[in-house]
Design a protein around this ligand. Structure first.
Ligand code: SF4
Length: 356
């Protein structure tokens, strides 16, 4: 992504990714056929907890030249960052602005976690990390931190420090897993293998820290069965929560360049129905104690290289699936829950097939 496009996206509004997980809070916990992170946090804190994205000014080894300059082929950098956390403001100011924003949008949240989201938030000397996490934890309304990072950007010293912070605060680590297959990690130019991911997850869990992961469904070269088998692989790891994302071809990325050069080399984005079907099957195979934080996320059509495939556009499929309405945040979990419930009802009534 060019700097100017990054900046245009960064400054043009608060939400570049439709967060299709917030809506899980509005679905009844007891009715959910899978565990949600919102429910886990409600049990732990006794109230609704809101993550506040923070851009703490870190970079990543895949962009600063250590491993590469262009980043993972799907990455559009700031396209995923809310505007209230521009680095123009201090961490404290970003948190203040985030609280103001979320108090207006989600009045039910009474506790907040600073979410170090942008780039790789353990990719700096320990002293720098201490200062930046410390600033967030010093905020009177912040109950803890969630640190998003790459698996190759943690070591014993950093994890020990995070574990020491966890004596006083809530501290969780989220890893960009993206794929469980080395062939895919090479293809997307990730710069580390899956063994590195496994080591980081185990080392984090060994210290008693909650561990989350992000996985992309639909990456080039992965079959449906391989994607579903990732549910089995992740279930065998000490993972506490998971965010699922569907692959999108974003403007300005290396993925877009490859797709324009050779459209057959990049799988077309999922239709909504294909994705719901895949996610339901994935959830059936996933260990039920892994809490789901997000099932999907979509950038607005204007940032997609394939806007005609956007789930947010009126189409024959949206007419069929949503009765003609445009997709809203709560629709993805609602559709997934309805599909899973219909499936288990069918099985309970003697259907021989678990598939819808
Ligand atoms: S590691 Fe993360 S921030 Fe760095 S290029 Fe890959 S997706 Fe982008």
């Amino acid at each position: 992504m060019t700097y100017s496009l990054c900046r245009a996206i960064f400054l043009s509004g608060w939400s570049y990714v439709y967060n299709m997980d917030d809506s899980q809070n509005s679905l009844s916990g007891s009715a959910m056929p899978y565990l949600t992170l919102a429910e886990v946090m409600r049990r732990r804190f006794g109230c609704r907890v809101q993550k506040l994205s923070v851009d703490a000014g870190f970079t990543c080894p895949n962009r600063d030249g250590t491993l590469g300059h262009t980043g993972c082929i799907f990455c559009a950098g700031e396209a995923f960052v809310p505007s209230y956390c521009r680095m123009a403001g201090s961490i404290t100011r970003q948190i203040d602005e985030g609280i103001r924003f979320h108090q207006w949008r989600y009045r039910k949240a009474t506790k907040y976690l600073a979410y170090f989201q942008s780039y790789s938030n353990t990719y700096a000397p320990l002293e720098v990390l201490k200062a930046r996490y410390g600033e967030a934890l010093a905020h009177p309304q912040v109950s803890g931190i969630v640190v998003g990072t790459r698996p190759d950007c943690v070591d014993d010293g950093k994890l020990d420090y995070l574990a020491s912070l966890a004596n006083e605060h809530y501290v969780a680590v989220e890893y960009g897993i993206e794929s469980c297959y080395d062939k895919t990690l090479r293809l997307i130019r990730r710069g580390h293998d899956f063994a590195c991911t496994e080591r980081a997850i185990r080392a984090t869990a060994d210290r008693g820290l909650p561990v989350g992961g992000h996985l992309i469904l639909g990456l080039p070269g992965e079959s449906r069965e391989e994607m579903l088998a990732e549910a089995d692989i992740l279930s065998s790891l000490p993972l506490d929560s998971l965010k699922l994302h569907q692959l999108q071809i974003l403007r300005g990325t290396e993925l877009e360049r490859q797709w324009r050069e050779d459209p057959a080399s990049v799988p077309p984005p999922f239709t909504l129905e294909e994705y719901i079907d895949l996610v339901c099957e994935f959830l059936r195979r996933l260990r039920p104690t892994i809490a789901i934080e997000r099932l999907a996320g979509e950038v607005p059509p204007r940032y997609q290289a394939t806007p005609d495939r956007s789930w947010r556009r009126p189409s024959k499929e949206s007419t069929r699936t949503l009765g003609g309405a445009l997709l809203r945040n709560e629709d993805i979990p609602r559709l997934v829950v309805a599909r899973l419930q219909a499936s288990s009802a069918a099985m309970g009534s003697g259907s021989s097939s678990p598939k819808e």
